[in-house]
Write a protein that binds this ligand. Sequence first.
Ligand SMILES: Cc1cc2nc3c(=O)[nH]c(=O)nc-3n(C[C@H](O)[C@H](O)[C@H](O)COP(=O)(O)OP(=O)(O)OC[C@H]3O[C@@H](n4cnc5c(N)ncnc54)[C@H](O)[C@@H]3O)c2cc1C
Length: 368
Amino acid sequence: MTFPFDALSACRAELEEEASINDAQGTFPADGLRRVRELGGLSAVLPATLGGYGFGEGCQGAIGLLHLLRLTGEGNLSLGRIVEGHVNAIRLIACYGTPEQFARAAADIHDGALFGVWVTQGAAPVRMEQTGDSIILRGEKVFASGVRHITRALITASTADDATRMILVPLDTEHNAAPCLDGITGMRGAGAGRYDFTGTMVLSDALIGQSGDYLRQPEFSAGAWRGMAVALGGLDRLVTLLREQLCARNRAENPSQQARIGTALIAAETARLWTCKAALIAAGTDDHEAGDVAATVNLARLAVERAGLEVIELAQRGLGLSAFVKTNVVERLIRDLSTYLRQPAPDETLLEAAEWFTRRNLPQMERI
Ligand SMILES: Cc1cc2nc3c(=O)[nH]c(=O)nc-3n(C[C@H](O)[C@H](O)[C@H](O)COP(=O)(O)OP(=O)(O)OC[C@H]3O[C@@H](n4cnc5c(N)ncnc54)[C@H](O)[C@@H]3O)c2cc1C
């Protein structure tokens, strides 16, 4: 069975329209999510034996997942963020959970559950206290995507001795969710907000993996390739809009605009090649050292960020003020992409990767 990529491609315009309509009020992309779910996008990462497309395994699976996330991001970056968070949670459960926990997660997905990974700490970081089989949580998560819509949140929590544990918390009510991030300029549809876990009780079988697994390399850094795949979709769309709008205004043939189009295409292709490299090395089939995998994906993350920032500048300079007019989809897309590109700790990411590869070569991938 093959994933219906043609159907997903065909609904990109629908996803984009919903993103534009939802922008003003920061409304969650419920229709787009339903569409992706109907196409099998939310279960695609599961193995075929559990009703998925095997996008969580091997090079073939990684390329399939890249394509799925890229197309979703091309339609709506906020929706892409939600789907990417869902996939991230499933991946962590597959890596560190028990077979029973993974099978339960798969069953929940088929029953309509939406997963997310919430790790960003607020003023009161989440702490856990275990007594026998019960765990009581205290503290909050911020910048939590889909805060009113996620039904299974994989969160990190600190123990009394400051170890980090992952806990899968079923969220049947939204009473602890604060409204979407007020005043954020882009990615308004991702429904990112604050969730207060204080007083939430879970049983010990909600613990995923062991202490320290969340930060274990290479998975901790390597997982970032999936976020890049979503950003790549937004970047692709911006390049397409730049070309289309220059043509529509009979400005595309101007040599300076031609130079912008060429430069934007180089940036988009550079981002695609780095994302492919990151996806393939993260798939782990070539037996690279964990440090090589993490540092390669870290460099790829920054290459995609740089490409995105370059295309944003080219679109704004090439289209001029029309790129700043609210009725132009480019205006919203640039806000979404600029916000999406703000990933954690970019300085540290570059320095760590540079240090790793100062005295060893960057791995070469046969398939690229
Ligand atoms: C729409 C949206 C959805 C999100 N969804 C989720 C989600 O579902 N789950 C989740 O966990 N998170 C989520 N996040 C949070 C996200 O993953 C990042 O944590 C966040 O975007 C990073 O923000 P930042 O730019 O402030 O990062 P920072 O890491 O604070 O970086 C800002 C700058 O400060 C520098 N810097 C970092 N640390 C230091 C330091 N100690 N000293 C000096 N400089 C420093 C960095 O290099 C960078 O230049 C979301 C964010 C957004 C915008």
